[in-house]
Design a protein around this ligand. Structure first.
Ligand SMILES: Cc1cc2nc3c(=O)[nH]c(=O)nc-3n(C[C@H](O)[C@H](O)[C@H](O)COP(=O)(O)OP(=O)(O)OC[C@H]3O[C@@H](n4cnc5c(N)ncnc54)[C@H](O)[C@@H]3O)c2cc1C
Length: 308
């Protein structure tokens, strides 16, 4: 619930389906991790004739007479019949001249964003005890941390955190006898992010982790990488470094979210976690499906439905 962008006490009971998904249906892990899903999608896209170019950074969307005519990426101009952006919605609009943008900076500033996160990817040279694939450390005051995300944004005094050890389920993610761990602290977006703060919070959660799981692990760390607000901005152009897009609060749901189709540029579309239906992997995939239907409705294009 917290990651959807709302405190549970403000969240419509509709979201109780999340609990049903966890406890009623169960959780699943793609063998070798989430990246395998990306590779499968790449294979499917290529089999349908799609050309994929990676390591591209789109710098500009060119518009003439309210029609997107092309994009500039890595200094090269590509002519386009339709432009569909899956990047952060706010960032995508900054690639347009101001006159073609639908939403002002004031609009984005007023919106409730889902949290950012401080993440640590840690390799241990031994198997760990008393942990599961998914372990939630909610041993501190949940309300206090939730307030520090949503009401009075600041670095949490006593952070709750989530730890994942995929190597307990999947032998491909760590060598035999070793463990791969991911630690996540949800944070308000837009917070100051420094190496010192990251180090301070790593120590905080490692102390608690050792106490609560009754073992020493600090001397068994052989790899450590962190990712936080600054990286979400630098690597993903994410608005204020948010990790999960725009919150799905009642007034930011369905038709109240930024639109899939630009109101100002006829053949420009958006998809992903800032538009409909909202944050998360399944909603982002559904967003892709919705926008594809909209594009088919407005443009004459060759479809590959039979292959899918
Ligand atoms: C740590 C973490 C844990 C999560 N856990 C879960 C979970 O358990 N379940 C769940 O459902 N969701 C989870 N999420 C959320 C989920 O990952 C996102 O909601 C989803 O990936 C968003 O998809 P998207 O396609 O909208 O955006 P993204 O996956 O962010 O894709 C946008 C892409 O656009 C690229 N881009 C940006 N600017 C440009 C540019 N100028 N030129 C070219 N490319 C550009 C970015 O590099 C990026 O690759 C988690 C997210 C994080 C960070």
């Amino acid at each position: 619930m917290l990651f959807l962008g709302a405190k549970p006490d403000n969240t419509p009971s509709f979201y109780s389906f999340m609990n049903y998904a966890d406890f009623g249906i169960g959780t699943f892990h793609p063998k070798k991790g989430m990246y395998e899903v990306i590779l499968a999608m790449e294979e499917l896209a290529k089999s349908l004739g799609v050309t994929i170019k990676t390591e591209q950074s789109v710098e500009k969307i060119n518009v003439t007479d309210n029609k997107a005519t092309g994009i500039v990426s890595n200094g090269e101009t590509y002519h386009c019949d339709i432009v569909l952006s899956g990047a952060d919605y706010h960032h995508s609009e900054t690639l347009l001249d101001k006159v073609h943008r639908q939403y002002s900076e004031a609009y984005w500033e007023k919106k409730v964003f889902a949290p950012s996160s401080l993440l640590f990817y840690v390799g241990f040279d031994k198997k760990l005890e008393n942990v599961n694939h998914h372990t939630l450390f909610f041993d501190v005051d949940f309300e206090a941390h939730a307030k520090e995300i949503y009401d009075t944004p600041k670095w949490p005094k006593d952070p709750l955190f989530y730890a994942s050890f995929p190597s307990l389920t999947d032998t491909s993610v760590a060598p035999e006898g070793q463990e791969a761990g991911i630690f996540l602290i949800p944070l308000a977006p837009g917070l100051e992010d420094t190496p010192e703060l990251r180090a301070l919070y790593f120590d905080k959660i490692m102390d608690r982790f050792e106490n609560l799981t009754s073992q020493n692990v600090k001397n068994n760390i052989i790899f450590k990488e962190s990712f936080c607000v600054k990286d979400f901005i630098d690597d993903y152009n994410s608005y204020k470094g948010n990790a999960y897009g725009m919150a799905n609060t009642l007034l930011q749901t369905a038709f109240l979210r930024p639109k899939l189709k630009s109101k100002k540029v006829n053949n420009l579309y958006f998809t992903g976690q800032l538009t409909v239906p909202g944050p998360g992997v399944p909603p982002s995939l559904i967003s892709g499906k919705l926008v594809s239907e909209l594009i088919k409705k407005h443009h004459t294009i060759k479809t590959y439905e039979s292959a899918i």
